[in-house]
Design a protein around this ligand. Structure first.
Ligand SMILES: C[S@@+](CC[C@H](N)C(=O)[O-])C[C@H]1O[C@@H](n2cnc3c(N)ncnc32)[C@H](O)[C@@H]1O
Length: 342
């Protein structure tokens, strides 16, 4: 059987862009060379959508890669549901080889899209990737020749007080990727959920062995839960000290997935991306959770069985040892890629 590495286009070592300190402090992009290897051939013939643009790390690598290859006009649509991420991406990408516009309104986006068709540009739009097809059509950015998903949470989100993603960062237990959305934050969701729903999230999304015990206590004390510290206190009272850190990581992961309905969103996003891609267009997805990866795996496998997709990775690619040493957060990453058949 062919391995992922054999199918993976090689990236020249001299083209490797080192992360800047600013980029590292926001989020260091995972497997950037592999992403560029798959997506840079798509840059010269249409729009590449960075569907989870975050701090703009992958987009920056793609721009540098395409500049190094002198591959003509580069058009990247960067989408994220988090305004803070888009603002950061806008800052980080200034000074790159492209025009970079943060489209705060439909008018901004439409006028930038006109320029985008003739000059190398990155257009950043606040949207869920589930709605990226309507963004692409509104801005006239077809053909779409590549889509990148880098699921999960950015380092910035994880470490910012008040976002609620990190169990060791004190603040409101919010956990929404889009804090301006009307969806309930984690602490409010916990007020409404039944004990069996909470236990189910902890078991299914977090693989937490003490799911029932923690859920029972979370529900019993729900009236007093508002901050990350409140959740930490409940978990600490439910599991032995030796297991506390791992349980905290699992409980926070599970609640984040539940708050953002992540698996449902991932499934829908993949379907939209596969519909949007032109012939020979490529989809690249990096997952950090087994639930995400199995959705990616089955979407690509079903596409391949239907004769629409050619798998570019038969097995998920994992980050190189050196990358994990440099960026331990990359260790759980799994990258899968496929191309739409001509
Ligand atoms: C791991 S980060 C991406 C980091 C990015 N690749 C980089 O290099 O900086 C994941 C991003 O996905 C975003 N996200 C989560 N759900 C989303 C959705 N439904 N639509 C668009 N973006 C989403 C998060 O806000 C976060 O910024």
């Amino acid at each position: 059987m062919q391995t992922a590495m054999l199918l993976h286009p090689k990236v020249g070592g001299d083209q490797r862009a080192m992360p800047t300190d600013r980029e590292k402090s926001f989020h260091e992009p995972v497997m950037p060379d592999e992403v560029c290897g798959f997506l840079s051939p798509c840059l010269s013939s249409g729009t590449v959508v960075d569907a989870t643009v975050g701090g703009g790390g992958h987009t920056r690598h793609l721009i540098e890669h395409s500049a190094a290859r002198a591959s003509g006009t580069t058009r990247i649509l960067g989408v994220d549901i988090d305004h803070e991420a888009l603002t950061h991406a806008h800052r980080i990408l200034q000074g790159s080889a492209c025009r970079v516009v943060l489209a705060d309104s439909n008018e901004d986006a439409a006028s930038e899209a006109m320029v985008c068709r003739v000059a190398s540009s990155v257009i950043l739009v606040h949207s869920s990737y589930v709605d990226m097809e309507s963004v692409v059509d509104r801005l006239g950015l077809r053909p779409v020749t590549g889509v990148l998903f880098d699921f999960g949470v950015s380092l910035h989100q994880l470490t910012t007080p008040g976002r609620g993603f990190g169990h060791d960062v004190v603040g409101d237990a919010d956990m929404r990727f889009d804090p301006r959305s009307s969806c309930p934050p984690a602490w409010e969701l916990l007020q409404r959920a039944t004990e069996s729903e909470v236990a189910d999230w902890l078991r299914r999304y977090g693989d937490e062995p003490n799911s029932r015990r923690i859920a029972r206590r979370l529900c019993r004390e729900r009236g007093r839960i508002r901050t990350t510290e409140d959740i930490v206190r409940v978990v600490a009272a439910s599991v032995p000290v030796s297991r506390l850190r791992r349980s905290l990581a699992r409980v926070f992961l599970a609640l984040r997935i539940a708050v953002n309905r992540e698996l449902d969103t991932v499934r829908k996003g993949l379907a939209v991306a596969l519909r949007l891609l032109e012939q020979r267009g490529r989809l690249v997805a990096i997952s950090y959770h087994s639930g995400e990866d199995s959705l990616v795996k089955s979407a690509l496998r079903d596409g391949a069985r239907a004769g629409r997709l050619q798998l570019l990775t038969r097995k998920p690619m994992r980050p190189a040892f050196a990358e994990v040493q440099r960026n331990p957060r990359a260790r759980s990453a799994r990258l899968r890629a496929a191309e739409v058949r001509a």
